[in-house]
Design a protein. Sequence first.
Length: 64
Amino acid sequence: MEWTQEQRSSLEHEYTRIGYKRGELWPAPPEHLSPTDLLALFRTIPDGAGLAGYVTALNRLPRG
């Protein structure tokens, strides 16, 4: 699914808010997540939680 410019801007904001460090390798999100779903997932991650917060959020996703 294609990302809109607004979604890309929101993603950049979320990465900054969460604490993504340029060059840091994060696990890829599940392929079934739409841009809207991924942004919603990111919004559940506390400010500054970084990679650990992202992995925790991924682990909360339903399996299957």
